[in-house]
Structure formats: C-alpha cells, structure tokens
Write a protein that binds this ligand. Structure first.
Ligand code: TMP
Length: 224
C-alpha cells in the first residue's frame, strides 16, 4: 500500500472533527493528492446504520455486542474503502479508528483487553494508521465544550450537573466524568507505548494552534 493513513483520536469535545476537517481542507488545497475523510463508526452503508444504533440512547447494548458492532463497521470500512484508497495512493484521514475501541470498550467499559485486541485484529486486518494524533484535553474542559456544566463531588471529582437543552447528547457522551477520565488515561497509555505512531497535542489550545502542529507533522510525513 502506498497511501498515507492518518487518524485523530480523543474524548468527546476534544476537537477531532474540526481538526479532521481542517487537515483535509489543507491537504486538498496544498498537496495535489486524493484525500478521503472518514469517521468511525460509519463510512459505509452498514457503518452508518451501526452509528445510528450505538449512538441511540434508547437502545442500550450488551458490551460484547457493542464491541462487535464497532468491529463490523470497521471491517466493512477497511475492506471497502481504506485498503482500496491506500492502494491508489490516497491520503485517508479518519476521525476515530481502532484505538477508540481499545480505549472505550477496553479501558473505559472494562472488556478484557485480549477480547478487544482480537476484535481489532479481525476488523483492521492489520491496517493501522501511519500517524495518529491524540487531541488531549481534561474531561472537565471537554464536557464544557460539548454543553455539560460541571461541578465537584465530595471527593473532589468533577461531575456533570446539567446539559445544554439543545445538545445532541447520546448515551456515550452522557456517561460519567470517571468514564471520561479512563478514556483519557487509556489514550495516554497507548500513545506512550507507541511513540512512533502517536503525537499527543494539547487540545485546550485554540484550534488554529492545534492545526499548525498537526500540519507540521503531516508535512514531515509527506516529505519522507
Ligand atoms: P463521535 O465520534 O461522533 O464522538 O461518536 C462516536 C462515539 O462512539 C463516541 O462516544 C466514542 C464511541 N466509540 C466507541 O465506543 N468505540 C469505537 O470503536 C468507536 C469508533 C467509537
């Protein structure tokens, strides 16, 4: 495969979607190669159905079923879109990928890591990003960004106390602050374990500043 695969990871409200859009626009304007923007779950007809399901707060799922739905969506995406695009020299920019499964289903929801790893291995078929940006932000700041007011409980933990009336909250985002803390810690562990692939950025900076750092690293990769 001769293309380039870049992913963005991070918790809710970390700015992944904004940064993916900014990077795609910049690549399209400046590099003259085909650029494909994806988000997970989604990106294929089955993937978009699965996205609706897993984000529907009225449809609680068993953890194992949830794991396999994310894996099914990803298997379709890898085989129908990512592999063919990479083999045609495209640049693929993904808003979440298999690291989200490791962190959300493994670290945060508590499924055994070997089950999560096995599901990821089947779904990805060994296709992993060349570069992954972790948009790192403390949970209280990210929850505020997505419209949740926070306070502190008796033990000093940040707790969501209300949500914006017009927010498009789904059950993932409604989970507690300890959940978001596990997500953040899980990502930081992954980044530490594989520093050659991960770039950790402070996502509490203005979006233009984050984008400038993203662009610098992508340019280095394009020059290789
Ligand atoms: P978002 O990407 O639009 O924020 O929403 C996707 C939600 O799905 C988000 O809460 C994270 C969650 N998710 C998982 O739990 N596991 C996964 O493998 C993926 C891709 C997403």
């Amino acid at each position: 495969m001769s293309g380039l695969f870049i992913s963005f990871e991070g918790g809710e409200g970390s700015g992944k979607t904004t940064q993916s859009d900014m990077l795609v626009a910049r690549l399209e304007a400046e590099c003259g190669r085909r650029v494909v923007r994806l988000h997970e779950p989604g990106g294929t007809p089955l993937g978009e159905h699965i996205r609706g399901w897993v984000k529907d707060q009225n449809a609680p799922l068993m953890l194992q079923a949830e794991l396999l739905l994310f894996a099914a969506s990803r298997a379709e995406l890898v085989q129908r879109v990512i592999r063919p695009e990479l083999s045609q020299d495209a640049i693929v920019v993904a808003d979440r990928y298999a690291d989200s499964t490791t962190v959300y289903q493994g670290n945060a929801r508590g499924l055994p890591l070997e089950e999560v790893t096995a599901a990821n291995a089947i779904a990805t078929g060994g296709v992993w990003p060349h570069l992954t940006f972790l948009l790192d932000i403390p949970p209280d700041a990210s929850l505020r960004r997505v419209g949740v007011q926070t306070s502190f409980d008796m033990e000093g933990h940040i707790v969501p106390i209300a949500r914006a009336e017009d927010s498009s909250f789904r059950r993932f985002e409604e989970l507690s602050t300890p959940f978001h803390r596990k997500v953040r810690d899980g990502y930081l562990q992954l980044a530490k374990a594989e520093p050659g692939r991960w770039v950790v950025l402070d996502a509490s900076q203005p979006m233009e500043a984050v984008h400038a750092q993203v662009w610098e690293r992508v340019q280095e990769l394009l020059a290789m």
